[in-house]
Design a binder for this molecule. Structure first.
Ligand code: PHB
Length: 396
């Protein structure tokens, strides 16, 4: 689904400026008075559809809570459903950047699609805020002054689970994920933490994205009998795995662990099959802070839905943009000041306050959570103030 721009802004500004004879004035007032063009490139169909919706909701909520404007300017949304399809990613990003001439591109969920966005915004210089996709390179080897992330790297929430499991005496683990960037990086992160703490991976299992043909793999897991299984799945695929795990009779026999995407946003869909599953993530529903409570109430009232980690990441993307735009009073031509303000922002997030690393990725606490009823309850902190190593980033 694509919202078309009603007119070509550059042409319009050029003409208006020529008429008024002010085109060469610094801080051209009309451009500042124009609406801020926000491009949302997210999945609204497919296995990650709900994630895209939650991010959009969170983003819009943050803007509304801040008066519905950015640095005094009104805004206009341009939306593209990226379908979590990496093959269409550069075309979709170009639609927003070249055709719709967005001032900021907010997206996406899928790491492969994110790589397409990164390519486009590195070339165009468009401000980019990534509210989910964990692709390490976006704030690693391909980091850039105009690229910001309000979520995590794939490494970040998985790495701490390695030590958590090793400390419990778990020695042999099977890993299972989709074979694509995010899955592979999440497993690498877990493996690094787990092997460093003395554990070993007995088998790495993969299936193509977004397949949910888990049955043969679960049969194999039952015959291997590992101490535990660590997975990366999210959205519809995660819900299916949890149900299949129970149906295969593995629940209660072999521990199922993962980064918290496994159990976020899907608890209503899986009934009691998720009860007791422990995961690590930078958010938990029951965080006992006034900020989280207010956020959850406001979100639930506005959207008639419970928020999840994706809603929080979208919300924080909104807060980050609000902070930057406030610093430059809506004048996006002041790129240096805008980026500096975003880089130094302290985001008062429902997950807990966080700051940006030099590579533009959150430095944040990773919680240990457990599913209790319909909640991802926080039962501890698996790693305090964890920063991604940002391998290969030359910035900062
Ligand atoms: C990703 O592809 O980077 C990704 C997708 C869904 C998640 C987390 C990461 O929940």
């Amino acid at each position: 689904m694509i919202t078309k721009t009603p007119f070509d802004r550059r042409e319009f500004i050029k003409t208006a400026a020529a008429v008024a004879g002010v085109a060469s004035l610094p801080g051209f007032a009309f451009a500042q008075g124009a609406k801020v063009r926000i491009g949302l490139m997210l999945p609204y169909t497919g296995t990650f559809a709900q994630l895209g919706v939650a991010i959009t909701n969170g983003f819009k909520l943050a803007i509304e809570e801040n008066g519905g404007k950015l640095g005094g300017r009104e805004l206009e949304y341009f939306t593209v459903d990226d379908e979590s399809d990496p093959g269409k990613a550069t075309d979709n990003a170009n639609k927003l950047v070249t055709r719709d001439k967005v001032d900021v591109l907010v997206g996406t969920v899928h790491s492969g699609v994110e790589m397409g966005i990164v390519k486009v915004v590195r070339e165009s210089g468009t401000l980019h805020i990534n509210p989910n996709a964990g692709a390490g390179a976006a704030t690693g080897a391909l980091c850039a002054p105009n690229i910001f992330r309000t979520s995590f790297t794939n490494w970040q929430p998985s790495y701490p689970m390695g030590k958590v499991l090793a400390d419990r005496g778990i020695k042999k683990v099977v890993t299972l994920t989709w074979k694509y960037g995010a899955g592979e990086e999440a497993i690498e992160g877990f493996k690094e933490g787990f092997t460093k703490a003395g554990g070993s991976i007995v088998k790495e299992m993969y299936l193509p994205f977004p397949s949910v043909e888990f049955q043969p793999l679960l049969t194999e897991i039952a015959s291997i009998k590992p101490d535990a299984v660590f997975v990366f799945f999210a959205g519809g695929g995660a819900a299916k795995l949890i149900k299949d795990w129970q149906a295969a009779g593995l629940k209660g026999k072999i521990g199922l662990y993962g980064s918290g995407f496994l159990t976020d946003g899907i608890l209503d869909a899986v009934g009691d099959a998720a009860e007791g599953i422990e995961t690590t993530l930078h958010y938990g529903d029951g965080i006992e802070t006034p900020k989280n409570k207010t956020f959850r109430l406001h979100y639930a009232k506005t959207y008639k839905l419970q928020p999840d980690v994706y809603a929080v990441q979208g919300y924080d993307a909104g807060l980050l943009l609000v902070a930057g735009m406030k610093a430059v009073k809506g004048d996006m031509s002041k790129k240096k000041e805008l980026y500096a303000a975003m880089e130094s922002a302290k985001i008062d997030s429902p997950r807990g306050a966080w700051t940006m690393s030099k590579a533009h990725n959150p430095i944040q606490d990773i919680y240990l959570r457990k599913v209790v009823g319909k909640e991802n309850k926080v039962i501890g902190v698996a790693h305090k103030a964890l920063a991604d190593p940002a391998r290969g980033c030359k910035m900062g």
